[in-house]
Design a protein around this ligand. Sequence first.
Ligand SMILES: [Mg+2]
Length: 318
Amino acid sequence: MSTFRGAIKRLNCDLKISTIFFDLDNTLIATRKADAKACSKVADLLHREHGFSRELANETATNYLTAFRRCPDNPDVALAQWRSQLWQDVLPGTHKHLASELYGRWLEWRYRYLALPVEVQTMLQTLRLQYLLGIITNGPTAAQWEKIDRLALNKYFDCILVSSDLPWAKPDRNIFYAACHYLGVPPGQCVMIGDKLETDIQGGIEANLGATVWLPLPTEQRIIGDRTMQDVPEHVRPDAIVDSVLKLPAMLPPSTSFRGRRPAEAEVGDWEQKTTRNRAAQYNRILPEIPDLYSTYSSSSNDCSQHSNGSNSSNNSS
Ligand SMILES: [Mg+2]
């Protein structure tokens, strides 16, 4: 595995960190890889059981993957209906009747490959004894909640925010402030880890989080080669880079959350989970407080923050 020369191996020990925010896709779960592997299984099925040539089978599955990635969700119809339609669109005329069956098989394989590895489950359980944990994910409501539900991610997190449930998406600082607000922690006590510099890292920096950690995609890790941290533009420059989410715990400073201070008393079950699920109810509850988010947090930079506030003051999503 190539390394990023000059990457910081451990975050500043003087940081006061109580909370860790995870990006979902390609950070906690290997979405791109799992979707591609599931499509490859469908291609095998088309070739083996439905008389497709290997070439046509691969082309059909690849076309589905492209269409799915372009538009994984259509809010006007149910997920199953939308994705079956995508299969129908890419199947040749003689085989369009297979669309629903292929969608079912693809979904089954998808979640088999997306499942959290045991080591990641253990990492989250261990981290949660010390820190508050959150997910901040960009994406359409139904598609993101399907992943969260099917992978049973609820049980590991104190806070789960899906951008389409809210008026903002990463890198808008307000989605980070909303997560901080939900958990009652200042931004300077939070670490954000994610795979996208322009959303996870830039947003974390602009929100003045305590630290940001970049987990490049495997393809990017191969390209990175001999580049150094100084080669990354300052507005998206993370505090640390890891090649696996499992490397995160070793670089964290001791927790300052109530869990870290009183681990024996910190029963996970005592803490009410905050999510943007059922957005009508949740949204109405959070909405009156939204105008306060920026003024509350923009002046509360943590003394230990490594970031200067070089961002503009726009509250709009980009
Ligand atoms: Mg991601």
